[in-house]
Design a protein around this ligand. Structure first.
Ligand SMILES: [Zn+2]
Length: 137
C-alpha cells in the first residue's frame, strides 16, 4: 500500500497491517470499505501505541533514538518467530535490502506469499488480487 504508507516507515507499516489483518500485497484501491475502515483504525491505534511506548521510555528527555526496529514489535524483524496474535511463524518477503514481515494466518488466509510476489508488484504495480499472485505459482 505505497500510497497510504509512503510517509510511514516500513517497520510500522508491517505492524499496522498485522493489526488490521490485511495482506501486504493488496493495492489500496482494491480495499473494501470494511478493510479501509480497519486500516484507518489500525494506523491510528498502532502509531499511538508506539508513540506512547517511546514516550514512556524517554520520559522528559528528547527521543534521540527512534529506530525503525523495536524489539517489542509484533512481526517486523521477527521472521520465523511466533506471531503475537496467533502464534504462527512470522513470514517475510525480501526485496533489495528490505523486507516485509507478515503473518500468513492473520493476514493472508493462512497462505504464504512468494518472495518474488513483492518484487513483481514493485515492478508492475500492485497485483489486483491474491488470486492473480497465486495464478502462476
Ligand atoms: Zn498471526
Amino acid at each position: 500500500m505505497p500510497a497510504i504508507f509512503s510517509g510511514i516507515g516500513n517497520a510500522y507499516s508491517d505492524e499496522i497491517l498485522l493489526h488490521a489483518k490485511l495482506t501486504p500485497v493488496k493495492r489500496a484501491g482494491q480495499l473494501s470499505d470494511d478493510e479501509i475502515e480497519r486500516l484507518y483504525h489500525s494506523v491510528q491505534a498502532t502509531l499511538i501505541d508506539y508513540a506512547d511506548r517511546i514516550r514512556a521510555e524517554v520520559g522528559d528527555g528528547f527521543p534521540t533514538k527512534v529506530t525503525a526496529f523495536r524489539p517489542d514489535m509484533g512481526v517486523h524483524g521477527k521472521f520465523n518467530e511466533p506471531c503475537p496474535v496467533c502464534g504462527s511463524p512470522v513470514q517475510r518477503i525480501v526485496y533489495a535490502s528490505n523486507e516485509v514481515n507478515y503473518c500468513a494466518t492473520c493476514q493472508n488466509g493462512g497462505k504464504r506469499l512468494a518472495d518474488r510476489s513483492l518484487s513483481r508488484l514493485l515492478k508492475d504495480d500492485w497485483p489486483r488480487t491474491i488470486e492473480e499472485l497465486d495464478g502462476d505459482e
